[in-house]
Write a protein that binds this ligand. Structure first.
Ligand code: C2E
Ligand code: MG
Ligand code: MG
Length: 665
């Protein structure tokens, strides 16, 4: 509409609207026009009869006038009924013009209808009436000049002709005046129509502009609403997204504060979501996320706000007087529901959930702090074996602070050598010969004290320094390997540990190849210990293990028996060594069951050409029992504790002395 208006007067739609307004105005005024007409005609008849009485011609004249008026009323009602003004305003105007012309012509016959018409004498008042009617028609007909002129011109012309023919010299003078008056009437009729059309056009344009503005406004409001929905909604699950969650958390906290109530924030994380995505594909991952969000909706209902924060992380905000109890109860129900299998690619799959939650204001007094607290609780839930919920405890904060400090200082500690490898000897039980060493990472922090290897490994992962950590330990291992021939141990191996999750982070062989080549180390003397988890966990691990084998490093499976390694897979990977978990060794001399397990493992190792190594040998009796079971290599505090590399030469010497003393004895 607005575009059409910019084209101005020539716009046909606007022209039609103007015509409609003209016709409507003329039709509206028709009633009063016709009444005036009838009244003035009756008065004229009366004036004309004063001296001469009623003649047939005069009565017929009035009859003609009235007939014309009736005709115009009929025309008007037809126009209304057929809604001609709406559909064809031009035609309606034509019809009204014809009606006006008929009335005008009837009026024009007045001088003829009056017997012995005395133009300059008694009947001159009738001229006044005729001219007055014509002038009135022009005044009333501002909407459309042809209609008013169609009525006005016939009586004016009749007056001119009548005056010119009947009035002598004075009549001619009057005729000139009437001509001039008629000219003025025509001009003012035209001018009035122009003004009228101008006004109507302006009004219509303004109205259309207002309409288009209000429709544009409505469009903007609708678009805004759509944007708001998009901006606050996670497209996959339809749950609130992170932005909406942040807003809801702040609002929830203000409301809880005002009501003097608690607010619970739960954060959920799916167990092993990444491996589902990796192995079954992203569409299976999406299906899982949608299923989980449906389950959450089923459990929470209208009780709180559920959001997907990204990836496989969800959050729930619970308010109300009983928020803490509700949080515990809901966490339990969610875990219960998550134990029910989900169909992924036609397979029923169980995907566990870990939940952490914290309470406002009990555990934190800002939205940010509450989130951090709930996140710490989630970390605990995952660390505690997954598939559980954990409520925040203030002690978590100091532990997290410690962890944060460790993460912050790790890079420096690696660079300065504060982090280093210590070495624990491995000994052949029957001969007591030293067969190798295992490198174990050590960090004695200046004021936090000793940091445990799992803490160091986790911190390295968190700050993406896992490759640097492995490189550091591998460097120390290579230095030891270079020294060992000089210490009389040319065949001894050195093992390093690689944690399973590191396989997803960097190429282990690339890092090790670079370091072993720089130190000119035979890869057959360099061993990599991985825990069983790595073998099962991801496809990436499988690829990395193959590359380790291709590079010629020895491969050992650490803590064997603690997980669920598939033997078939181990064989396929050509694992060189199985390191039996410490649980089978502790107190073995008194446990028949452990003796049977270790005995069976030694037999299995022999038939699969895998060496079985035991770790955690703390006592002489354990070593003796293991020796009797045919175990070769062993490791443990009884044989030698982990030590810094500078103490190794001394330890080897004292070990040999001890060996000789035993041989002599
Ligand atoms: P692991 O590879 O099974 O290493 C053996 C662990 O048992 C070491 O603990 C060692 O000190 C301890 N140990 C040795 N003999 C005995 C014994 O007779 N009795 C007892 N109770 N313990 C014994 P540590 O050094 O605390 O290391 C713990 C774990 O941390 C290691 O277990 C290994 O999985 C991991 N780790 C150590 N260093 C590294 C590293 O550089 N990188 C990676 N990714 N993980 C490492
Ligand atoms: Mg190990
Ligand atoms: Mg171990």
């Amino acid at each position: 509409m607005e575009a059409e208006f910019t084209t101005g007067q020539t716009d046909p739609a606007l022209a039609l609207d103007v015509k409609r307004a003209q016709a409507e105005t003329m039709l509206e005024r028709l009633g009063s026009t016709l009444v005036t007409n009838a009244f003035v005609a009756a008065s004229a008849l009366f004036v004309s009869t004063i001296d001469r009485g009623l003649t047939f011609a005069a009565a017929a004249w009035l009859g003609a006038i009235l007939l014309s008026l009736v005709l115009r009323i009929a025309m008007a009602s037809v126009l209304r009924r057929w809604e001609t003004i709406e559909h064809a305003p031009d035609q309606a105007l034509h019809v009204m013009t014809v009606g006006a012309l008929i009335s005008g012509c009837a009026w024009a016959t007045l001088p003829l209808a009056v017997d012995g018409f005395d133009a300059m004498g008694a009947d001159s008042g009738l001229y006044l009436m005729m001219c007055g009617m014509a002038t009135g028609a022009v005044l009333m007909g501002v909407g459309h000049s042809p209609i008013s002129l169609a009525f006005a011109l016939p009586p004016q012309i009749a007056v001119m002709v009548s005056l010119a023919t009947n009035g002598g010299a004075g009549g001619w003078l009057m005729t000139i005046n009437v001509v001039a008056l008629t000219g003025v009437l025509v001009r003012s009729s035209r001018r009035s129509e122009e003004v009228f059309v101008g006004n109507v056009t302006g009004t219509l344009k303004a109205t259309a502009l207002a309409d288009s503005l209000s429709s544009a406004n409505a469009d903007i409001l609708r678009a805004n609403y759509r944007l708001e929905v998009l901006a606050s909604c996670d497209p996959l699950t339809g749950l609130a997204n992170r932005a909406a969650f942040n807003a809801a958390l702040h609002t929830g906290i203000s409301e809880a504060l005002a009501a003097g109530q608690q607010l619970a924030l739960l954060i959920l994380d799916l167990d092993r979501f990444k491996s589902i995505n990796d192995t079954l594909g992203h569409s299976a991952g999406d299906t899982l996320l949608v299923e989980v969000s449906e389950k959450l909706r089923g459990v929470i209902g209208e009780q709180g706000t559920i959001a997907r924060l990204g990836g496989d992380e969800f959050a729930i905000i619970l308010g109300g007087a009983d928020a803490p109890e509700a949080a515990r109860e809901i966490a339990g129900r969610i875990l219960e529901r998550s134990r029910q299998p989900v169909m992924l690619q036609g397979q029923p799959t169980v995907v566990g959930t870990s939940i952490g939650f914290a309470l406002f204001p009990q555990h934190a007094d800002t939205a940010e702090d509450l989130f951090v607290s709930a996140d710490m609780a989630l970390y605990r839930a995952k660390d505690g074996g997954r598939g559980q919920w954990c409520e925040f405890q203030p002690a978590f904060r100091s532990q997290a602070e410690r962890q944060h400090q460790i993460e912050q200082e790790l890079a420096d500690a690696l660079a300065t050598g504060e982090i280093e490898a210590w070495f624990q000897p491995q000994v052949d039980l029957p001969s007591e010969e030293i067969t190798g060493f295992e490198a174990l990472v050590r960090w004695h922090h200046p004021y936090l004290g000793p940091i445990s290897p799992p803490e160091i490994v986790a911190a390295a992962q968190a700050v993406q320094l896992s490759d640097k950590l492995t490189a550091r330990v591998a460097e120390d291992a290579c230095r030891l390997l270079t020294r060992l021939p000089m210490l009389g141990l040319p065949q001894a191996t050195v093992a390093i540990n690689v944690s399973p999750r590191e396989f997803d982070l960097y190429s282990v062989t690339d890092v090790l190849d670079r370091i072993t080549q720089a130190h000119d180390i035979d890869p057959a003397l360099f061993e990599i210990e991985i825990t069983e988890e790595a073998i099962l966990d991801t496809l990436v691990a499988g690829e990395q293990l193959k590359r380790i084998e291709r590079s010629g490093y020895k491969l050992a499976v650490d803590d064997f028996g603690a997980g669920h390694s598939s033997l078939a897979y181990l064989v396929q990977l050509k694992v060189d060594r199985l390191k039996l978990d410490r649980r089978f060794v502790t107190g073995i001399q008194a446990s028949r069951q452990n003796q049977e397990i270790v005995g069976a493992m030694v037999g299995l190792g022999r038939s699969l050409s895998m060496e079985v190594v035991v770790e955690g040998v703390e006592r002489e009796e354990e070593a003796a029992a293991l020796r009797n079971l045919g175990v070769g290599t062993a490791q443990g505090y009884f044989l030698g504790r982990p030590m810094p590399s500078e103490r190794i030469a001394g330890w080897i010497e004292s070990h040999r002395n001890l060996q000789q003393q035993r041989a002599v004895a």
